[in-house]
Design a protein around this ligand. Sequence first.
Ligand SMILES: N[C@@H](CCC(=O)N[C@@H](CS)C(=O)NCC(=O)O)C(=O)O
Length: 239
Amino acid sequence: MIDLYTWGTPNGHKIHIMLEETGLDYTVHPVNIRAGEQFEEDFLSFSPNNRIPAMIDRDGEGGNEISVFESGAMLIYLADKTGQFMPSLADDPVGHYDVLQWLMFQMGGVGPMFGQAGHFRNYARERASEEELQYGIDRYTNEAHRLYGVLDRQLAKRDYLAGDYSIADMAVWPWCMAPDRRGVDPADFPNVLRWFDTINARPAVQKAVQVLEVESQRPAVHDEKSWSIMFGDRQFGKA
Ligand SMILES: N[C@@H](CCC(=O)N[C@@H](CS)C(=O)NCC(=O)O)C(=O)O
């Protein structure tokens, strides 16, 4: 049994997808990040970066309880555990590192940059003037377009990012769910659009995106408390 600590966000959905695809037994423990539950001592003891997702595998290798945070590490862990959605190093070293490089492209590029584009184009508008925001909006919207271009060129050559459907696709896909939040028109990236629709049609993916869907709805505007938790004093340990 896997205890999964999560919320209905792109980083949470990566793991929901993998767990649904593999059929592993898991229990969802909601961590309401707008209410500050990511700062609770218990959660920090296995997720020290105060971020979801994180998990504890009660039936880990060798009978050990194994906890993992960081969604990329969690996907690798689950692929190793099940032997699914990433070729093994022993059987197919080329395929193995192909999946890892596209997974790392998501972790180091797509996630952080799309996240910042979303922040400056949406949340930051609650607190700053258009003039103050313009540089950040331009920088991260441009970066989101550049990264969509990288994905589109790769997907012009292949059905999936690294050969067969893999944890690399599961990591990138949830970040492509809301292109409007990044200022991206998906029609400009037809190969990404085709790939997105193919994955969207998978029953496991449809089930995965419903995890905590209602609870995790974004507020139209943050109140003082949730702003402090997500982006202000509480986030930075000043309150
Ligand atoms: N690199 C981390 C990023 C995780 C992350 O940013 N999670 C967000 C939700 S998508 C979060 O927990 N935010 C809580 C906070 O900012 O305090 C991963 O991939 O697991």
